[in-house]
Design a protein around this ligand. Structure first.
Ligand SMILES: [Zn+2]
Length: 79
């Protein structure tokens, strides 16, 4: 039983979120999964600043990092 707990904790620690750089405060991200058996059909979703998203298929976490002026991508300067 103890071994099982340790293994789970190690797996959680390895789930580092993928940092997605964006010019605006949100963008569409496609997750193709990992390599080999972890690969899956690309899942598209909106990733917003401050709202980490978990891929519903492979449970990979994504975090948005705004590297531009931010604001909505479709706002044309309306912010
Ligand atoms: Zn995925």
């Amino acid at each position: 039983m103890t071994t099982w707990i340790v293994e789970v904790l190690i797996m959680v620690a390895m789930e580092t979120p993928a940092v997605i750089k964006s010019y605006y405060s949100k963008r569409i991200v496609g997750c193709p999964g990992g390599e080999g058996e972890d690969e899956h059909d690309v899942v598209w979703f909106w990733l917003e600043n401050g709202k980490p998203h978990e891929c519903p298929v492979c449970a990979q976490n994504f975090v948005l990092e705004v590297v531009g002026p931010g604001g909505p991508p479709d706002g044309h300067g309306r912010r």
